[in-house]
Design a protein around this ligand. Structure first.
Ligand SMILES: [Cu+2]
Length: 422
């Protein structure tokens, strides 16, 4: 019989308290905030996911406190971008939004999907809506924004511009919500408010397809990585996106049975339903609370952080980034190029950005500056390309502009951005 750790410790303490010293508190470090307050932070990631969840909350609280005290200090000076505590946006976890806030978000996404695309159809004929402008941009740039020096900043800017479009073009008054993978790893994805299929969710699982084979990642000279299929596989059956049409792709879609599917460059019009194949097993294996805290506490530089987050190819680990993507499953969820075609993408990348932000705040000056960038402009530097620097430009094409230098994308509160996560 397995007991919860706390109960097992109580039992131990009750029977063996005279023979063993009391359990030591987990190691912590003490940090002083700019306003003089001190706080303690965990230094080694707990393997117990319940303890790791608490550690993650402590790290997130620290990041919030740091921003709050920094902005309080400097709000009177003229900061670049003018971010103050007054105009600071707060991005929240989906489950902490009220039901009407959740509906307002999905309504705005549906609005974006109903508006005319800005991408010329001569360039991307399948881009039919404003929502597709983001999908097309991501397809177009996939090989220069993953496993590159721009990966995190590019997706930060991409998600932020999407949030701006929801607000400015579709009347949404909230901010971009995020998907806390640690929570769905505990509840099971289908049981979470994000994916329970209700009208206040992001829609749920796809229709169940029995006896699906697993999917296989890797190949192309790398060891194969078999992953399980999920509990759905077909078209989503309920919730706000039930009638949504996926217009673009696939480009490199992993399918059950170890197959892949492509439709050329993915730019032609290929209308089909949104499929999901929720795979809690992948969520639990690669993106639980311990994996997140491990990533945050054990990555000592940006190279380690971004490689651990995306998974070192061939290592058998797909990181929290791959863990989130492949646990959604389906089409376009399992397609690296077309993945923003599932609206859940932006909640996933909200959490990617939140995790980066928490990590940055642990050594703010270093990690939001030049030393917070590593890598080049091409996927695993293939073909070889120049190093990414603070001056490298990030361009979102027809989704939204203007192109921004990396230096302006490194901080969420200095430059064009002004937001935090709670
Ligand atoms: Cu991406």
């Amino acid at each position: 019989m397995r007991l919860p750790t706390s109960m097992a410790l109580c039992l131990l303490a009750g029977t063996l308290s005279s023979a063993y010293p009391a359990p030591q508190d987990e190691p912590v470090s003490t940090t002083t905030l700019p306003d003089g307050a001190t706080t303690t932070l965990p230094v080694s990631p707990a393997t117990d996911t319940a303890v790791a969840s608490d550690q993650l909350a402590e790290l997130a609280n620290f990041a919030q406190d740091l921003v709050n005290s920094t902005l309080e200090e400097t709000s009177s000076k003229q900061k670049r971008g003018g971010c103050t505590l007054k105009n600071l946006a707060v991005r929240r976890e989906w489950g902490s939004l009220s039901k009407s806030e959740r509906k307002a978000y999905t309504k705005a996404v549906l609005c974006l999907q109903s508006k005319q695309a800005k991408t010329p159809s001569s360039l991307i004929p399948g881009a039919k809506s404003r929502f597709d402008d983001w999908v097309g941009t991501h397809i177009n740039q996939t090989l220069t924004i993953h496993y590159t020096g721009t990966f995190l900043a590019w997706h930060r800017y991409f998600t932020w511009q999407y949030e701006q479009a929801l607000r400015n073009e579709c009347g949404y008054t909230g901010y971009q919500p995020y998907w806390d993978w640690a929570k769905t790893a505990v509840t099971g994805m289908e049981n979470s408010p994000i994916l329970d299929g209700s009208d206040t969710s992001m829609s749920g699982n796809g229709a169940h397809i029995p006896n699906q084979g697993g999917i296989v990642l890797g190949g192309n000279g790398l060891p194969e990585l078999p992953l399980p299929a999920g509990t759905g596989g077909g078209c989503i059956t309920s919730g706000p996106f039930k009638n949504m049409t996926v217009n673009l792709g696939p480009v490199s879609l992993a399918l059950p049975g170890g197959l892949t599917e492509a439709n050329g460059d993915g730019f032609s019009w290929n209308p089909r339903c949104l499929k999901r194949d929720l795979t809690t097993e992948i969520n639990r294996r690669f993106a639980n609370a311990s994996s997140i805290v491990h990533l945050v506490l054990k990555s000592k530089n940006i190279w380690d952080f971004q490689m651990t987050m995306q998974g070192v190819p061939g290592s058998g680990d797909i990181g929290v980034h791959g863990g989130g993507h492949y646990s959604m499953g389906g089409d376009p969820g399992r397609d690296v190029f077309v993945s923003p075609g599932d609206p859940l993408f932006y909640l996933h990348h909200g959490m990617i950005d939140r995790t980066w932000w928490i990590w940055q705040m642990l050594d703010q000056r270093t990690r939001t500056g030049a030393a917070g960038i590593s890598g080049t402009g091409t996927f695993l530097d293939s073909p070889p390309s120049p190093n990414t620097t603070l001056n490298t430009m990030v361009d979102l094409g027809y989704a939204a502009g203007p192109p921004q230098a990396m230096r302006d994308l490194m901080s969420t509160t200095d430059g064009p951005f002004c937001y935090i996560y709670v």
